[in-house]
Design a protein around this ligand. Structure first.
Ligand code: GLN
Length: 279
């Protein structure tokens, strides 16, 4: 039932995808410049200059709701998906209100500690990101998949050389393309736009994480085929998703990790996997 709903939602999203090609920001926060005069100690709700989410009682969470089944815009216009359910369950354990902000994937890491407290967005732990943020314990294993048109001759990493490859800007798929000889990365803020350009013939392949690739693969079964990037033909490495946290906030990291461990131990985590991911 849930899966059918997700599939329907993406049909609708895709139907509209061609209508407005402009990059619009879905950022819903108000201008924060008015909130800087807090020297007197007044506390603005969810104020990031405050004592931190555990004291303020508000956890400001950044995501990029373009990555099904981990995050997508639900029927009510709000971010939904596995990650959203997980962070809300964590928020409940911590006794804080979770406020989600939908932003571009590429700006999540840099916004931690200013606009948002933490980010959950199917985000892979990488050494580069670790220079800027800390990560929670990992919660999901992933790998990049390759989506190509059904009649494409691409069948290996070697075949990707010199090709035009659609990726989400600033993602691990994007970083993989950097290392493919003579390949060009066509960078999109929304995965669905990359997939639509594959269907239109504007890119030769799309490199994106396994589960979103499977959602799109299912959606367009007659038009595309998928390759598991972990296969010998491609040789991509396993990746691990975690919640990105402010650097050095050990108290928050411990609280989040403890909550995650409890949700795994009490079966909630597995229920969410079944509900949203299904495998
Ligand atoms: N896992 C990939 C990354 O961390 C893609 C995440 C995403 O697009 N939401 O770069």
């Amino acid at each position: 039932m849930k899966k059918a709903a997700i599939a329907l939602l993406f049909t609708l999203t895709l139907a509209f995808a061609g209508c407005g090609d402009k990059e619009e920001s879905t950022n819903t926060t108000t201008d924060q410049t008015e909130q800087t005069g807090t020297e007197t100690g007044d506390d603005v709700q969810g104020d990031l200059e405050g004592e931190g989410p555990l004291v303020d009682g508000v956890l400001n969470v950044g995501t990029n709701a373009e990555f099904p089944p981990f995050e997508f815009v639900g029927d009510d216009g709000e971010p939904d998906g596995f990650d959203m359910a997980l962070i809300k369950a964590i928020g409940e354990k911590l006794g804080v209100d979770v406020v989600v902000e939908n932003m571009e994937f590429d700006s999540l890491v840099a916004s931690i500690g200013s606009k948002i407290d933490v980010a959950i967005a199917g985000m892979t732990i990488t050494d580069e990101r670790k220079n800027m943020v800390d990560f929670s314990d990992e919660y999901y294993e992933a790998v990049q998949y390759v989506i190509v048109p059904a009649d494409s001759e691409i069948a290996s990493a070697k075949d990707l050389e010199g090709k035009n490859i659609g990726v989400q800007l600033g993602t691990t798929g994007d970083f993989i393309v950097e290392d493919i000889k003579d390949a060009t990365a066509a960078q999109y803020n929304k995965a669905v736009d990359a997939v639509n350009d594959l269907r239109n013939g504007r890119v030769d392949a799309v490199i994106i994480d396994k589960n979103p690739a499977q959602v799109f693969g299912e959606q367009f079964k007659d038009e595309v085929k998928l390759y598991d990037g972990e296969s010998a033909e491609f040789g991509f490495e396993k990746e691990y998703y975690a919640i990105a946290l402010p650097k050095g906030d050990e108290e928050l990291a411990k609280s989040v990790n403890d909550a995650l461990a409890e949700l795994k131990a009490d079966g909630t985590f597995d229920e969410l996997v079944t509900q949203y991911i299904g495998n």
